[in-house]
Ligand binder design. Structure first.
Ligand code: HEC
Ligand code: HEC
Ligand code: HEC
Ligand code: HEC
Ligand code: HEC
Length: 391
């Protein structure tokens, strides 16, 4: 009977180890695919598609794998890489949606097969709350990147529950086996234990390994989710929103070589690098009333904001601020100070913001993730000890 007990324990321990590894790995792959897919989707597809059934430029992609010709994945890879080749080849479904969307061509997407698979994983596991998804595309808010983690967590908890049930069933089997052996050897039946809290405490005490493993799985999962959440902050590389006035850094900082600090006057002395107020624009645009590209149209918006009449050179009573859309955005918990980096640390604007003087529209050039901050701090040997920021 000792043998049975021992063999059973070894067997159970192995089972638990395997299951724990399986749970941990599969769920890692799942959440990574979905997270990667989300980023790819936002960068490549979100301007034309939603992951709900709502139309944008193209159809809503909810459940798309169910309606396209089978095998769905192969068809979708072909379509996304070159939709027109399918249309031209006379694929009935391709021709049908192409015509349904007034023959607007979906441009070929520069994504690899694996990237498409991640995108499809994201489409199949969209963010739980459609409202949150809508704001996620509208604002560069890092907090919305971990939308899929809650579903994964439920999945994990479900598996753990299943697992506990399995253990108690196996335990039952073991007990009856033991009773059989005991009967045969003439040992009296042990007192029946009931399944109350004392039983579980007892079980936990005699199965320390299982409990420890379970705890490790749960804790490491939590730590990983937190780590991902932190490392993934503000991952909107390439984000370039349309601004209320078509302001070009290329014309101002590039062709006319206006110094960055002339407009972003706070950058050398304060935490925040301010965007200039409309009054600063007027230093020049009182005189310059026409631009080389847009003529009077865009500059007139500065006048409208200040309620200024260029013909009479008078200001009206109703000025309103220009609502510039913030391009670079760190989450609340990150502390970043421009003056410390530009004045003390002697870092160039272009190191972090890229060739702004060549951009007509500002776009986020670097990833702005915590990993990116730390990479440079390692190279430039920033003292990390004693700085509460890194804790
Ligand atoms: C510039 C707009 C645009 C972009 C960007 C775009 N699409 Fe499309 N997509 C369309 C249009 C329009 C259609 C409708 C078919 C047509 O007119 O060719 C379509 C159709 C589709 C379909 C077929 C939908 C159905 O209901 O059968 C899929 C799948 C799809 N797109 C996936 C993607 C993915 C994935 C990306 C990003 C990697 C992407 N698209 C990027 C415009 C776009
Ligand atoms: C130091 C001078 C200066 C300041 C300050 C300035 N600009 Fe300009 N801006 C220029 C010059 C020079 C041009 C180009 C005129 C030309 O080439 O004909 C220009 C052109 C423009 C144009 C026309 C671009 C086109 O496509 O035709 C817009 C719009 C504009 N500026 C917006 C602004 C805004 C908004 C501000 C304030 C945030 C501002 N400017 C501040 C000097 C300035
Ligand atoms: C004539 C004024 C002017 C000059 C000169 C200028 N900027 Fe700007 N900058 C603006 C305005 C206005 C905005 C907000 C609109 C936009 O994002 O295009 C802005 C936005 C930005 C942003 C994005 C801010 C955000 O929302 O995250 C960065 C980064 C930036 N500027 C860097 C620079 C650098 C670097 C230079 C010098 C190479 C420079 N700027 C020169 C007026 C100026
Ligand atoms: C070490 C990297 C780094 C350098 C160097 C740097 N920036 Fe930034 N910049 C950032 C980050 C990160 C943000 C986002 C800050 C936030 O959201 O709190 C930002 C945001 C901005 C903004 C938007 C307003 C704000 O403060 O949030 C402007 C404008 C800007 N930078 C201009 C400049 C200019 C001009 C220079 C050079 C004189 C410069 N930056 C140098 C990293 C840098
Ligand atoms: C290109 C290099 C570079 C990048 C990227 C960079 N830093 Fe720094 N950082 C520096 C240097 C150099 C210093 C040292 C300045 C000094 O001597 O105090 C510094 C110092 C700091 C400090 C300590 C000084 C203070 O302000 O209290 C903090 C905090 C900091 N950085 C936060 C960040 C964050 C957050 C990011 C990412 C959003 C970031 N840094 C990205 C180069 C960089």
């Amino acid at each position: 009977m000792h043998k049975i007990n021992k063999a059973f324990k070894v067997y159970l321990n192995q089972l638990i180890l395997i299951a724990a590894l399986l749970i941990f790995n599969s769920n890692q792959v799942l959440s990574q695919d979905v997270a990667a897919g989300e980023k790819l989707f936002k960068n490549n597809c979100a301007q034309c598609h939603k992951v709900t059934d709502q139309k944008l430029v193209g159809p809503g992609l909810k459940g798309v794998a169910d309606r396209v010709p089978k095998p769905a994945e192969a068809w979708l890879i072909k379509w996304i890489k070159n939709s027109q080749s399918l249309v031209k080849a006379g694929d009935a479904y391709a021709v049908k949606i192409f015509e349904e969307y007034n023959k607007s061509v979906m441009p070929s997407q520069a994504v690899t097969d694996d990237e498409i698979k991640s995108i499809l994983a994201y489409i199949a596991n969209p963010p739980a709350d459609p409202k949150a998804a809508a704001t996620a595309t509208a604002t560069p808010d890092g907090a919305t990147t971990k939308t899929d983690s809650s579903t994964v967590l439920y999945f994990l908890l479900g598996l753990i529950l299943l697992f506990l049930i399995l253990i108690s069933v196996l335990n039952g089997v073991k007990n009856s086996l033991q009773r059989l052996v005991n009967n045969k050897e003439g040992i009296p039946e042990p007192v029946q234990v009931s399944y109350d809290t004392a039983y579980f405490k007892n079980w936990a005490r005699t199965n320390k390994k299982i409990v420890a493993l379970g705890l490790i799985v749960i804790v490491s999962y939590g730590a990983k989710a937190a780590w991902n959440g932190m490392m993934g902050i503000g991952i909107y590389e390439g984000y370039a929103p349309e601004q209320p006035i078509n302001f070009s850094h290329k014309i101002h900082a590039g062709q006319n070589a206006i110094n960055c600090v002339y407009c972003h006057s706070g950058v050398e002395k304060s935490k925040i690098s301010n965007v200039p107020s409309a009054n600063v624009c007027m230093n020049c645009h009182k005189a310059i009333q026409e631009g080389p590209v847009a003529g009077k149209k865009e500059i007139a918006k500065i006048y409208a904001a200040l309620d200024y009449d260029p013909a009479k050179d008078t200001y009206g009573p109703n000025p309103k601020p220009i609502k510039w859309i913030k391009v670079h955005q760190l989450p609340e918990h990150a502390y970043f100070n421009h003056a410390q980096h530009v004045t003390v640390g002697k870092q160039e604007c272009t190191t972090c913001h890229g060739p702004i003087a060549e951009m007509d529209t500002v776009r986020q050039f670097t990833p702005l993730t915590m990993g990116w901050c730390i990479d440079c701090h390692r190279k430039t040997e920033v003292k990390m000890e004693g700085n509460p920021y890194y804790n």
